[in-house]
Design a protein around this ligand. Structure first.
Ligand code: GLU
Length: 328
């Protein structure tokens, strides 16, 4: 039996991003152009770990990824597992990774690991981090203890859970954190170490049509309420507010959100980037006690962007009643 016959099968799908970017000779700057086969060629060490099946799903900057493309990637990944893949790795741009990973985590139905990675330096830049990140992602994907942990994000030899990871630096190599809770684990000399057990959840149904639009607005000092009042007429089905501090808004916003909450789900998260919203501390108008009395949901530890993804999926499957359960 040849060695490759005994190695586990891992499928790698690529969606573009800096990892796949290089100068194209025509315009200034780098653009996505390396397909998945080319990415894999930059990591020859993979041949000792797994039989890797490659699929270029798209070549997009992650700002232009859309829900249908992500659902196609999800379907492809699931079919690979059903066909016998031990695990699936997806590569994409890091700019929207905290949202896409959470979307896929909410829908991923398999115990097999789905691991996402990207890069902060483009493929031909000195010190490019893409190959190392891809290698670490495959190492995490192959680890037995990665099963049943949903979707994880691996960059800089650090493992984050999709529900907690955030991009917290625009250009730094160590651009990802799990604020408040810390990473799930690390990869050291190719070995995967977890700091805590994983948590599984039942997957949400995959949307069969377009996702209902959910607005995301940030509370700002002295902001008027015009955009809030316009939301129903613009066709929004829900709204997430990145609120001040522990999930607070101004007096005027509290009144507008109370009226909106009678028409659509309203979630208030914190714009701080770290820590949960309060539930029972502040009694002023626009504080969390007042907002909850007006029918507004508090986001808990879920960041505003992930709240928007969650609410969109719950609206899509007609299950907004489950929202509070997800926001603990
Ligand atoms: N820094 C981003 C990346 O890592 C820019 C491009 C993108 O998100 O696609 O890929």
């Amino acid at each position: 039996m040849s060695r490759s016959n005994v190695l586990p099968w891992v499928s790698v799908g690529s969606l573009g991003g800096t990892l796949s970017m290089q100068p194209d000779g025509e315009r200034q700057g780098v653009t996505p152009s390396l397909d998945c086969e080319a990415l894999l060629r930059s990591v020859p060490q993979l041949a000792d770990l797994a039989q890797v099946r490659a699929r270029t799903l798209c070549l997009q900057p992650s700002a232009s990824l859309d829900i249908p493309t992500l659902l196609e990637a999800l379907g492809w990944a699931q079919r690979e597992v059903e066909a016998g893949a031990r695990a699936v790795v997806l590569t994409q741009g890091t700019d929207t990774l905290e949202e896409t990973a959470y979307l896929l985590d909410l829908l991923w139905p398999c115990a097999a690991p789905l691991v996402m990675t990207g890069a902060m330096r483009s493929a031909r830049q000195p010190g490019a981090d893409g190959p190392g990140n891809l290698l670490a992602a495959v190492q995490v994907a192959l680890a037995e203890r990665s099963r049943g942990r949903g979707v994880q994000v691996v960059l800089d030899d650090t493992i984050h859970h999709a529900s907690q990871v955030r991009k917290t630096a625009s250009l730094a190599l160590a651009a990802f954190e799990s604020p408040g809770v810390g990473p799930e684990g690390v990869v050291v000399e190719g070995t995967v170490h977890y700091y805590r057990p994983g948590r599984a959840h039942a997957p949400l149904p995959v949307p069969t049509g377009p996702m209902p639009p959910v607005a995301l607005l940030e509370a700002c000092l002295g902001a008027d309420t015009d955009l809030l009042w316009a939301l129903p007429e613009l066709g929004y089905a829900g709204v997430v507010i990145a609120g001040f501090g522990a999930g607070h808004v101004s007096h005027a916003w509290a009144e507008a959100l109370g009226e909106l909450a009678a028409q659509m789900p309203v979630v208030v998260a914190t714009r701080t980037g770290n820590g949960p919203t309060a539930r029972s501390s502040y009694g002023f108008v626009g504080g969390e006690i007042d907002l909850q009395a007006r029918g507004v949901h508090m986001a808990g530890a879920l960041c505003p962007r992930k709240c928007r993804v969650l609410l969109g999926l719950l609206l899509a499957c007609g299950n907004v009643g489950l929202l509070e359960g997800w926001l603990r």
